[in-house]
Structures are given as C-alpha cells and as structure tokens.
Design a binder for this molecule. Structure first.
Ligand SMILES: [Fe+2]
Length: 238
C-alpha cells in the first residue's frame, strides 16, 4: 500500500521538523503496512516567490539528508518517491516546465485546490493546465472541503473526470463520506494519503482508516484503491 500524500521530508515545509522526526514517521507508516511513500512538499507559486528550480534543489537536499541517515542507520523503511503538492493558483500556468513537479517517473501531479468556494475559473484553469501539459492530476484531499463546497460544485469537479485522493482521517468525518459517497463508489476517488505533517499535527496514521473503511465505503472502494496503489508502485519502480 502506498501513502500518496505526505510531508515527510525534513525541514522543508510545514511538515517534518527534523531527520529524526521523518524517520519516526516512516517507522510508524511501515508498522501500518505502508511500503511506499510519496513525499509531497507544498509548492505555492504565488506566495513563495520560489521558482520550480529552487524548489527542486531544496527538495533534493532534504531528501538526500534523510536518505543518508536511513542508510547510515541501516534501516529498512518504506521507499520514498518525490513529488509535490501543487496549489492551483492563477500564475501557475506561466510556470516554466511544470511537469517537473509531477511524481517522479510519471505524468501524475498532486494538485491542491484553494480553500474557498471553487469558481468556474478554477475548473477552467485546472483543465487547461492538465490538458496543455499532458498532466494526469490527482486532486488532493477532496474530503477537506466538505464544510464549504456544495454537492453541485463537487459535481462540477468530478465531471472533469479526474482522479482524487482522500486523507485517511476522512473515515472519522461523517459529513465527508456522506457528501463524497457517490464518487467513493464511482471509482474516481482512488488514492489515499496520510497528509502527515509530523507527530504534532496530522500524524501518519492509517489505523482508523483500515478499521472503518470497509463499513464506510465498501469492498469496491478498497479494491479500487488497492489497484491504483499497485499501478502507481509499478510506475515508480520502472
Ligand atoms: Fe498536504
């Protein structure tokens, strides 16, 4: 099983604060049956003033620091692949060679939608970005918007046909699985992530997910997630 969304890289964004914390997060994920983790540090074009080049250099430095310590200690931990959680902003379309933010070896990008009611430009922008650059998006944590996004607007998002991800903690949010029921069943929500930031904020836990998911979303959802998980792992290992 793959954790498709995590802030596991140390000292990079608001995620893991140290190499030790990253290693402990990986240990906890391994104990829960996670074999692969995609590191998805935040990429925000607008307020970071960070170019993709700068972001990739910093990401690589953080990754190397972590990997060297894992190797030094001889630990057997989940395999880390590099990606990003790319916030959809208006200026993203001007970014240079944006495909570099896709998950390594793939044309798949984890895209985070803004935290206000999605207007039509959001959908246009998302479509243009993906269509122009041949990107296959995964819409990040669609469970986190249920308090202010109506069913009709979710309907518009899912009518684009894109795949989506839920945070494992969604099983504890009745409003989330009630509103997303249709797409949990349709197969469009097919990735699960911890979105773990560390032990203080959103810890890397899948425990409740594994306990509750069958009752909440049923066998077809589990099968679909497992299939997408296996396909993604295969792509990453090419
Ligand atoms: Fe995240």
């Amino acid at each position: 099983m793959i954790d498709t969304h995590s802030h596991i890289l140390p000292e990079l964004d608001d995620g893991s604060k140290s190499v030790d914390e990253s290693i402990n997060m990986l240990k906890v994920l391994k104990e829960q049956g996670i074999t692969h983790v995609i590191a998805t540090p935040h990429f925000k074009m607008t307020d970071s003033k960070t170019s993709i080049d700068d972001f990739l250099v910093k990401r690589e430095e953080s990754y190397q620091k972590l990997i060297k310590e894992i190797e030094k200690q001889g630990l057997d931990l989940p395999k880390i692949s590099l990606g990003a959680e790319v916030l959809l902003t208006m200026d993203l379309i001007e970014a240079n060679d944006i495909n570099r933010l896709c998950i390594e070896n793939t044309d798949i990008m984890l895209i985070e939608l803004p935290y206000y009611e999605w207007q039509s430009w959001i959908f246009r922008m998302l479509y243009n970005l993906c269509d122009d650059n041949f990107i296959e998006p995964i819409i990040a944590h669609v469970d986190r918007y249920v308090d202010f996004i109506s069913g009709d607007i979710y309907e518009q998002l899912f009518s684009l046909g894109y795949k989506a991800q839920v945070n494992a903690e969604f099983v504890d949010k009745k409003a989330a699985y009630k509103k997303l029921k249709k797409w949990l069943k349709s197969g469009q929500i097919c990735y699960v992530g911890s979105d773990a930031h560390g032990f203080d904020f959103r810890p890397p836990t899948f425990d409740n997910y594994f306990k509750k998911i069958k009752k909440i979303a049923g066998d077809s959802f589990i099968k679909n997630v497992e299939e997408h998980s296996a396909k993604l792992i295969k792509k990453l290992e090419k």
